[in-house]
Design a protein around this ligand. Sequence first.
Ligand SMILES: [Zn+2]
Ligand SMILES: [Zn+2]
Length: 101
Amino acid sequence: MPSIRFSCPQCRTRLSAQRDQIGTPATCPECEWTFYVPSVDEKEDEGVIKFFCPFCNRKLSATADQFAREIPCPFEDCQKPVLVPSPEWKALPPVAPEPGV
Ligand SMILES: [Zn+2]
Ligand SMILES: [Zn+2]
């Protein structure tokens, strides 16, 4: 199934979302915390995240000490600086929700 799994940043409830919900606001059904759906599959207890190079679209992985830092794409024909996504979720600014999409 094309879904991703992640934890609620507030109450750590395990949640899942469809890939087309990545980067969109979601509300936790348990604690009603609103957050952005992360763009990575969260791996259980490994401190490693997988993400895609935005330049060559190949799958990369990074460890906890690389979160939110730029690393060069490890593929020789790319080597572009890639910002490693951070597993921390951004809190939503207090804006009114958009009218029905
Ligand atoms: Zn929650
Ligand atoms: Zn690349």
